[in-house]
Design a protein around this ligand. Structure first.
Ligand code: TPP
Ligand code: MG
Length: 891
């Protein structure tokens, strides 16, 4: 540096120092508000003076809450550390022991090791349990931290040593503990499934919003209950994690707290080796108007920061990239001094009095209960919006050589004797070297200080958490009257199944028992489904009511938003909508309220787009109805390849507790919904429903007598052949809108070809399939008993003729039940990419119209030697079918 620049730099430094000192004195004499005002005025003045200040949503790389504003820690820190250490030990032991007993059974030590303080401060001071008089806080635990949650429940006496022993070995006698939070597997314990990363944060946002919805609609009292979501910093890369954060601020959800465990690592390595994930997240959340609290540095840093009157240390903290920070964690005090502080002689001076060992022991904020407590306190007290706490921690904290801060730590599940000894000593676990090799679980006696303290703390917070309990009372669900009118048919009037469903919804909304409990959810498709009349009648939920006069106020069906509006109009987010569906469909457990969600959406954008959420809904025992609207590959005309759904009923197959129906007629829908409400809300079954509804208008027939049971089981004879004496016979199967094509084929076959065909409505291929495989299984396991008969076989017993099925979905649906049919089945379906065109052309293209059904039937008869080849050839000609037409499966 030459003399001149050195002098200029010196002047700069002096000036900067003066400015900083005067700010300090303002802070001291007039407080933060005045200081903020001055800075804002300065910023404005600078802009007017032509200084282009770069936009930044970031604050310096420092704790948001300065030491001087920290509240007093209200607990016994020593005792809490001892409890936490025991939890750390048992969590580690659980994973190590499981992997000794069963090689490669897996499990995670390092996630909880880094998050222990974040959870323990919550358990000891914040998380309120659900009780008779208070709904309690809702906590989404990070899935991979499950061992720590089990370990605490063990100390609390809620989980036995045998269960701990069987962590990840759930099939052992007496049962074990599931790898991650799964309410399906542990329905008395876990409430929220989180382990598919990204789902938890988004579900938490919509849960917090749904809590407000219940309050604003008067369905639950207003409380200060919080929703806490714990997530990993790596997890924030999932688009779902941050995908709804603006909703949380827009809705001013100050009942929502995110805690992001920023250990700077994910599974393979650093989250942002060349950047700073904390700063990146801060700007994203601040940009979305969240209250951001950074908890980066532990109390040991405070005196050093205090000595740093020039702000050099904070500046240095902001320069170091995460990859280097991770290295510092595993480095010696000497290296820290040289690399971190050595960048400036003035920094070196700051830490001159500290020995290397002290530098190595400078804790991070997320491991310091005082800092974490201060952040939680501020978050809980914050008004007007959601809070995110960005807590810096070390992945694998305390594992030392076995994995602390190492890239491999996420997968670490085995520790050698030496590593175990070190961990034991570091956390003061009262265990001898000899005992150590067995890695035994350790629980102090009931009378010990630790257990008494832990119990007392939980008692003061209302009991234990997590704990899942069904809190709602069963409904009476006597709805014969409500649904009866839909059994009568439409008197020739052409209506779509969607219209019929909306008419039912309208009636249900008026019902004295379930009216208030219905939660209609739409992702900006209400008009598509003809639901706009509901806007006026029940209103669209808005936490602020309606601050404007809607443009269509003079019309009958104006866009009415209201604080107690019932419809959740979510905008274009199927993910957000299904999260609302989950919150509403699980309120029977969370809140003891039997809300009944009806989530109606474009069927192609359901399973195909948000199947993992639906899987989580299933795990969570969510109740309610998913309505796939505009369904059917050839029934949704015009929209084309991305919209036309011939897939969803196949994608619904894997979800074990989901019933899937593709009804053709209004009475079928009414029977299914009525029974669904009874099964879910009266009998308390952990099932939910997927029903496809279509937009093709046609006359709705009246319900034939005695078909209810068949509708629910998935198959019934809709229309028998008229000519009982015909020699040529067929059984035709149709579902959804294609059933009408089948009925037309029945007529053509009878009139033109002398074939008498019975028509069957297949309301649920899934149910038939499930019944078939269950029957097969039972028979296999009980060879000594009279074999059971699959429902499909039972229905077709004694039926005559060839078998032909046509569906608007993949051919795999009929094919998968054909093995239980008495004879060969010909399947027509819509495998392939959709097209934009009209229904007639689409059904021709996909070969599922009445002509192709006729052809398939004749061809089957020909194969059985019942008609000649000439009949089929002539039919192809007469029906106007081009045998060389393009193949819909792949064209
Ligand atoms: C959707 C999804 N993708 C991948 C995984 C596998 N997985 C489990 S943990 C993990 C890394 C987690 O890192 P982070 O979120 O930072 O959590 P940490 O353990 O560091 O606290 C990954 C990739 C998953 N569980 N879910
Ligand atoms: Mg991480």
């Amino acid at each position: 540096m030459d003399q001149e620049t050195f002098a200029a730099r010196h002047i700069e430094d002096v000036e900067i120092q003066e400015w900083l000192e005067s700010l300090d004195s303002v802070l001291e004499s007039s407080g933060t508000d005045v200081a903020r005002e001055i800075l804002e005025r300065l910023r404005a003045h600078a802009t007017v003076s032509g200084i282009d200040l770069p936009f930044t949503a970031n604050t310096p790389y420092a704790n948001t809450i300065p030491a001087r504003l920290e509240p007093l820690f209200p607990g016994d820190q020593q005792l809490e550390r001892r409890i936490k250490s025991l939890i750390r030990w048992n969590a580690l032991a659980m994973v190590v022991r499981a992997n000794r007993m069963e090689h490669n059974i897996g499990g995670h030590i390092s996630t909880y090791a880094s998050a222990a303080t974040l959870y323990e401060v919550g358990f000891n001071h914040f998380f309120r349990a659900r009780s008779e008089n208070f709904e309690g806080d809702t906590i989404y635990f990070q899935g991979h931290a499950a061992p720590g949650v089990y370990s605490r429940a063990f100390l609390e006496g809620r989980i036995s040593i045998e269960q701990l022993e069987n962590f990840r070995r759930e099939l052992k006698p007496g049962g074990g503990l599931s790898s991650y939070p799964h309410p399906w597997l542990m329905p008395d314990f876990w409430e929220y499934p989180t382990v598919s990363m990204g789902l938890g944060p988004l579900m938490a946002i919509y849960q917090a919003r749904f809590n407000r919805y219940l309050e604003n609609r008067g369905l639950k009292p207003v409380t200060d209950a919080k929703v806490w979501a714990f997530l990993g910093d790596g997890e924030t890369d999932e688009p779902e994690s941050l995908g709804a954060i603006t909703l949380a601020s827009r809705e001013k959800l100050d009942n929502l707290i995110f805690v992001i465990n920023c250990n700077l690592q994910r599974l393979d390595g650093p989250v942002r080796g060349n950047g700073q994930i904390i700063q990146e997240l801060e700007s994203a959340f601040r940009g979305a108007r969240w209250n951001v609290i950074k908890v980066l540095w532990g109390s040991e840093w405070d005196p050093i920061l205090e000595r740093d009157t020039e702000g050099l240390l904070v500046k240095r903290m902001g320069e170091v990239v995460d990859g280097e920070y991770q290295k510092l964690v595993v480095s010696s005090g000497d290296y820290i001094r040289q690399f971190f502080f050595g960048s400036d002689p003035r920094l070196l001076k700051l830490v001159e009095p500290l020995p290397d060992e002290a530098l190595r022991r400078l804790r991070l904020g997320g491991h310091d209960p005082r800092k974490v407590y201060a952040a939680y306190r501020a978050a809980v007290d914050h008004k007007g919006g959601p809070t995110v706490i960005l807590a810096r921690t070390i992945k694998g904290y305390g594992l030392g050589e076995a994995g602390e801060g190492k890239n491999v730590t996420h997968q670490q599940k085995k520790l050698n004797e030496e590593e175990l000894r070190e961990f034991r000593s570091r956390f003061g676990i009262p265990m001898s070297d000899e005992d150590l090799s067995e890695v035994p679980f350790y629980r102090p006696t009931e009378e010990s200080e630790e257990i008494r303290y832990l119990r007392a703390k939980r008692e003061s917070l209302g009991g234990y958490t997590p704990q899942r309990r069904v809190r709602s009372k069963p409904l009476v669900a006597d709805h014969d009257e409500l649904f009866r009118e839909f059994h009568d048919g439409s008197d020739g009037r052409e209506v779509s199944t969607t219209m019929a469903f909306v008419a039912m919804l309208r009636k249900m909304l008026k019902d004295h028992e379930i009216g208030k409990l219905i939660v209609p959810i739409v992702p900006d498709e209400a008009r598509t489904f003809g639901m706009e009349s509901l806007f006026r009648t029940v209103g669209i939920y808005s936490s602020v009511g309606q601050k404007y006069e809607p443009v269509d106020v003079n019309t009958l069906l104006y866009y009415k938003e209201a604080k107690d509006g019932q419809i959740l109009e979510e905008g274009i987010t199927e993910a957000g909508s299904v999260a609302s569906f989950i919150a509403a469909g699980s309120a029977y457990a969370t809140h003891g309220i039997n809300t009944i969600p009806f989530f109606i959406y474009y069927s192609m954008f359901g399973f195909q787009r948000i199947a993992d959420f639906i899987w989580a809904a299933a795990d969570m025992r969510t109740r309610g109805f998913l309505l796939g609207g505009t369904a059917g590959r050839t029934t949704l005309a015009g929209e084309g390849l991305q919209h036309q759904d011939g897939n969803s009923h196949v994608l619904a197959l894997p979800v074990p507790n989901l019933l899937a129906y593709d009804p053709a007629y209004a009475y079928e829908i009414s029977v299914i919904i009525q029974d669904g409400i009874r099964r879910m809300y009266k009998d308390g079954e952990s099932i939910f429903y997927y029903i496809t509804v279509m937009n093709e208008p046609y006359a709705m027939p009246a319900m034939p007598p005695g078909v209810e049971a068949g509708i629910l089981k998935g198959l019934y004879k809709f229309r028998a052949a008229v000519n009982k004496k015909a020699k040529l016979r067929a059984q035709l199967f149709g579902n959804g809108a294609i059933l009408n094509e089948v009925v037309r084929a029945q007529e053509i076959l009878e009139q033109k070809y002398g074939v008498a065909a019975d028509v069957w409505s297949v309301t649920s291929y899934k149910s038939l399939y499930t019944d078939g495989i269950e029957t097969e299984r039972w028979n296999r396991l009980h060879p000594g008993q009279r074999p059971r008969v699959p429902y499909v076989t039972e229905c077709l017993d004694g039926s005559q003729g060839v078998l032909v099925a046509a569906t608007d979905y993949l051919k795999t649906l009929p094919n998968m039940i054909s093995k239980w049919m008495p004879r060969r089945l010909a399947s027509l379906g819509t495998d392939g990419f959709g097209r934009s065109d009209g229904r007639t052309s689409l059904r021709e293209f996909f070969e599922v119209d009445s002509r192709f059904i006729t052809l398939a039937t004749l061809h089957e008869l020909y194969q059985d030697g019942l008609v000649g080849k000439d009949v089929v050839l002539k039919a192809i000609e007469d029906l106007g079918i081009d045998p060389e037409k393009s193949n819909p499966v792949i064209s």
